[in-house]
Design a protein around this ligand. Structure first.
Ligand code: GLC
Length: 737
């Protein structure tokens, strides 16, 4: 009996070892991912491999059921996790447990200029994706803001490659710490929605490498992104989802990307190009990525049966397939088959707080004369809120980033929540934009219909303005087609629905007027001189109203700065002045080259309406004189630049100190200055800090497309310390030897 007992104990103790020994390598977490890939690959049939490289449903691709390798599940989008859709439809499936937290749009995140906030964003949205068992998040987007008309700018991170790079990296790392792949999009040159499926972009290599690629390169090298999504448009005549130059030459050979390349939905157009030009996973073929459908076409995808037949005939070698499957298996072992990844969480209080913090750090105070803001609740006993955007849901619509949300606090709700017990808050519509919002079968529950005529709405708003202490006008754009929405660009810089006339009329009626713009793009402002206070409040998701109210009453001191230029008029924008936007006969040449945004303004001495990097505070900051550690540096040395900054006001605040570098003399034309560093510092009243920046040769280089390399030419460099690109506080100079 004793022997039997000891034998039993021995078996129990040794079982894990034997179990481990008999476990196939691909299932063994202790093995390297690369070994697991090779083992899994060796066990798969040709048919199983081909099934992996194309969609099997609207948002999934096959795993290998026989081997216990899970399917891959993708989900939009950059601002929140899309509701479940029917297997083969765009419309939502009507689940009752998939209402998510909507985080602010990525323009708002970029406007925070706070990498820690970007990390919080990525972690939070990654937890939501993980909880919903999605192993690929279809975001973030980092296409550069080239024209203020681009319908999708709200999904991206502005006009400057350095800022977009600095903000996208923490977002990606935050997502991926949940065992969910970030799929950075849309690679590349997808800077407009007009003709987005067909336009062929021509751009010189210097502009490509200096402006349009850096954020993607940072995503790959610093963010270590596990997935990239090809863009719809063409570059050098090849569709970006099957593009030798972008996907093989640059992404794989130059950047050593080891992740998976996913097509945009409907971005694949040719079997052989998809096979040989770098694509790994084909999605959404024969759809427009928004509404158009061709049901149950999956076996006829370019990388489905047509690919299988080429492999069976020997016309295409199996190694071409294996390259793709290896990348997909690497995704699988990094995500669904990583047993150590966390479990995620969904639509939690913590995520609501995160969404509100992101919004509060991203809201930008553009103008504030006569200290109209923050609203003095001792004086404000009657507050009039006017404008459709004060009540309109903005989380529905806009295209693929549309969401079914657990809740959305509108500006009016937020203001009433915060102020309602201290002041009377009255509301007038003022104008009618759109009655409803609708996307993917999700219809806004709001009934925004109104029987009044435009004149009556206008008159009622003016009447209210006469009777109240403060007027908060909440207008801007919305997520309907032709505004801030995928699939189409705006036709003009103007605010729609005759808002300009209403704003001017309100300014005449009440000197305590605050204009709040809810938008993802710059707009023209003919009334700007008449309006004392102006706030850019972006699309801030579920907590939008709470964040806005806290900023308006001063619970939060605004600290956001613009991630893109607000031009006075369209012809002040390079893409419109010389850049050929939106192109002719599906050909679009970026003739403005590297001179995008403030780079264009500096080159042409154009003053903006509001400049890149601009944002005010309820306190004041004074900058001291910058000092530089050395007058000269060599390529392998660094320079330290320091500048004191003091909070001279009466409340705590955060200031974003920006550092721009200008090459005094260069063999090729260069921008007057370019953003090369920034730091967001918190200061209490009277507190002073010395902000320190390190400059290395990489901050001095430009891409020489004659030599196809990054070069820093010896000579003098100017360093600008600034509160915005048009508000230079101090400069220093040094020489590269
Ligand atoms: C699209 C979008 C892309 C999105 C995809 C899936 O049309 O361009 O950003 O992730 O379809 O919805």
């Amino acid at each position: 009996m004793k022997k039997l007992f000891l034998l039993l104990i021995g078996c129990i103790i040794s079982y894990p070892f034997f179990a481990q020994v008999s476990l196939p390598v691909y299932l063994d977490d202790s093995q390297s991912i690369e070994d697991r890939i090779e083992d899994a690959l060796s066990r798969m049939t040709l048919e199983e491999k081909v099934k992996m490289v194309h969609a099997q449903s609207k948002f999934s691709s096959a795993g290998v059921p026989r081997l216990g390798i899970p399917d891959n599940w993708m989900s939009d989008g950059p601002h929140g996790i899309r509701s479940e859709v029917l297997w083969d439809e765009w419309n939502n499936a009507g689940w009752t447990n998939d209402s998510c937290m909507a985080f602010p749009a990525l323009t708002a995140l970029a406007a925070s200029w706070n990498p820690e906030i970007a990390a919080l964003y990525g972690k939070s949205i990654g937890e939501e994706a993980r909880y919903r068992n999605k192993n690929v998040l279809l975001g973030p987007g980092v296409n550069i803001y080239r024209t203020p008309l681009n319908g999708r700018n709200f999904e991206y991170m502005g006009e400057d490659p350095f800022l977009a790079s600095a903000m996208v990296v923490p977002y990606i790392r935050g997502v991926q710490e949940n065992g969910v792949a970030a799929c950075v999009k849309h690679f590349a040159l997808n800077n407009q929605e007009t003709d987005r499926h067909t336009v062929n972009v021509t751009v010189d290599d210097r502009t490509l490498y200096e402006i349009y690629l850096p954020a993607f390169k940072a995503a790959v090298h610093e963010g270590e992104a596990w997935a990239i999504m090809g863009a719809y448009n063409k570059y050098k005549g090849q569709w970006c989802c099957q593009n030798q130059y972008l996907l093989n030459d640059i992404l794989r050979d130059e950047w050593n990307f080891d992740g998976v390349v996913v097509s945009d939905w409907g971005g694949v157009n040719n079997t052989l190009h998809a096979i040989y030009h770098g694509l790994d996973m084909e999605f959404g073929t024969w759809t427009d990525g928004l509404t158009k459908n061709k049901s149950h076409a999956y076996n006829y995808y370019y990388l489905a049966n047509p690919f299988l037949e080429l492999l069976r005939s020997g016309e295409v070698k199996v190694e071409e397939l294996d390259k793709k499957v290896r990348n997909i298996l690497r995704l699988v072992f990094r995500t669904t088959m990583n047993r150590n990844r966390p479990w995620g969480s969904f639509a939690t209080t913590e995520h609501g707080e995160a969404a509100r913090r992101i919004a509060e750090e991203g809201i930008v105070l553009l103008k504030n004369e006569n200290q109209v803001l923050p609203i003095d609740l001792k004086k404000a006993k009657k507050i009039g809120v006017i404008g459709e955007n004060a009540i309109k849901m903005m989380t529905i619509g806009g295209g693929s980033s549309s969401l079914k949300v657990k809740y959305e606090i509108s500006p009016l709700d937020g203001i009433r929540n915060r102020i309602g017990s201290e002041a009377e808050v009255l509301y007038e519509r003022g104008y009618i934009g759109q009655f409803e919002a609708y996307q993917d079968g999700i219809k806004s529950p709001q009934n925004l219909s109104d029987s009044r005529s435009e004149e009556e709405l206008f008159t009622d708003a003016i009447q209210l303005a006469k009777e109240v202490d403060y007027v908060i006008f909440v207008g801007g754009l919305n997520k309907h087609g032709g505004q801030d929405c995928e699939g189409a660009d705006r036709k003009s810089l103007e605010l729609p629905y005759a808002q300009n006339e209403l704003i001017s009329a309100l300014a005449k009626e009440n000197k305590n007027l605050v204009v709040v713009l809810i938008s993802g793009n710059a707009v023209s402002m003919p009334w700007i001189k008449e309006v004392p206070s102006l706030v850019e409040a972006w699309y801030c998701g579920s907590e939008a109203g709470n964040a806005l109210a806290r900023v308006l009453v001063g619970d939060v001191n605004p600290s956001g700065k613009l991630p893109f230029t607000f031009p006075v008029k369209l012809s002040d924008v390079g893409a419109h002045a010389v850049g050929d936007y939106p192109g002719t006969d599906k050909e679009q040449t970026y003739r403005e080259g590297i001179f995008v945004g403030y780079r264009w303004n500096d080159k042409n001495n154009i003053k903006s309406l509001f400049p890149f990097g601009h944002g005010l505070s309820y306190t004041k900051f004074s900058y001291g004189k910058a000092i530089v550690s050395n007058q000269t540096m060599t390529e392998d040395e660094t320079i330290i630049v320091k500048i004191p900054i003091k909070n001279t006001g009466d409340r705590p605040g955060k200031e974003i100190v920006q550092l721009y570098v200008g090459d005094v003399k260069s063999s090729l034309p260069r921008p007057e200055k370019e953003l090369k560093a920034f730091e967001k510092v918190s200061l209490n009243p009277g507190e002073e800090k010395v902000v320190e920046f390190t400059i290395g040769v990489n901050n001095l280089q430009f891409y020489d497309d004659f030599r196809n390399e990054w070069v820093a030419e010896p000579g003098k460099f100017q360093v600008y310390l600034a509160a915005s690109c048009e508000d230079i506080k101090s400069t220093v100079e040094f020489e590269l030897r």
